[in-house]
Write a protein that binds this ligand. Sequence first.
Ligand SMILES: Nc1ncnc2c1ncn2[C@@H]1O[C@H](COP(=O)(O)OP(=O)(O)OP(=O)(O)O)[C@@H](O)[C@H]1O
Ligand SMILES: [Mg+2]
Length: 421
Amino acid sequence: MLQETPIPLGRREKILRRFGYKGMAYLGRVVLGKGEAAALGRPVLLDLSESHVVLVFGKRGYGKSYTLGVILEEFDRLPFSVRSRLAVVNIDTAGVFWTMKFPNEEDEELLASWNLKPRAVENIEVYVPKKVMSYYLSHDLPVDGAFVLNPAELSVDEWLWLLGTDIDSEVGVKLVEVLEKLDPPFGIEEMIEGVEGSDVASRSLRARLKVVKSWELFEEDAPSIKDYAKGGKITNIDVSTFRGSSRLQEVVVALLGRKLFEERMLAKKGEDIALVEHKPTSFEMPIVWMVIDEAHLFAPKRGESLSRDILRIWAKVGRQPGLALILATQQPSDLDDALITQADVFISHRLTSYLDLKALEKIKPSYVPTGLSEEISKMGHRKGLAIVLDDVTERLLLVQIRPRMSLHGGSSASALRTSLL
Ligand SMILES: Nc1ncnc2c1ncn2[C@@H]1O[C@H](COP(=O)(O)OP(=O)(O)OP(=O)(O)O)[C@@H](O)[C@H]1O
Ligand SMILES: [Mg+2]
């Protein structure tokens, strides 16, 4: 148990008085002093019970994905009464988070110095694209299912985006005709069959749909998006193999974002009605945390993007329906400004690029006279060190993120290492 009084981040005074530290994540310890004389002080906790927008920054190899893993481990350790009201959807852009199903025995000594022990994450379900499923199974890697989507769940805009066309083009018009004709549920095959004519636009649409079919991502009887956000569980969606097609990765996030937003809005209405009518609230649809590594790919500062809008909506109005974001990026200068300005918790590992530090100059809260970028440029080199800024409690701290209890899958490839597990 934690002996010293923890420093709570992201938790309002009123909630702290009523619930204490319940529903909070153990992030690490505050660093006291500088250089050789630096020592670890009080534990630092992060609120997971309410909606927040948490940004995790840092240059390559300084601990972003590791820190995301720490937060995911903490979800797993929450008491059931809290955990079951939350669902985590982790967009795994590098396909590395499945290793969390194993305890981190490599760092047993380090963990012991933090009074922690190796521990596998129990409540995580790993979904991988159908195409790589056989690879996972033949290597005995733990996988819980294939990640498939229902084509009928995509909006017209999402289809247009995915096929790289627009509503003003002939291919776009043909697509809308096909979608109008079909009654859900339907598969890609039916979409292809639904394209009539042998003109250039029809042939082009058919060809594009065949490419989509070859991805094996869409199935008529795929679970609905809602089923990927399960109370008490971390759903890990490996989108790493879609990397070649950033459109495809974006469609996944846009669709999850849009559908989960709609579901949570409806659920919140039901919860509020129950409250007004003094009836027991049914918490069928959990509060959702979406965790996205390499977030600049999904909400770029410049250029076209399908998922940026819905992520902005989550950040702007997600507090009320209960939608929370944790976004990590190497390049804050490439991340959408609206997300940076809406964030309430910043965890920044080392950054050195002038542009990235400059991007953080926008974050200049009155309680940090020097600004965040100034603090980051002064911090040390150690991995896992982070400047943490919390708008809720108006704190700025230098924190050493705690070691991982489960295996971190994002370590650098090395010719010296012989095994992962
Ligand atoms: N809190 C920590 N405690 C101990 N070691 C850490 C910590 N954070 C990071 N490390 C070490 O640093 C390495 C790199 O961290 P990580 O994989 O999170 O980098 P990253 O910022 O995600 O990099 P990239 O941008 O290349 O994905 C880890 O494999 C681990 O060895
Ligand atoms: Mg990483």
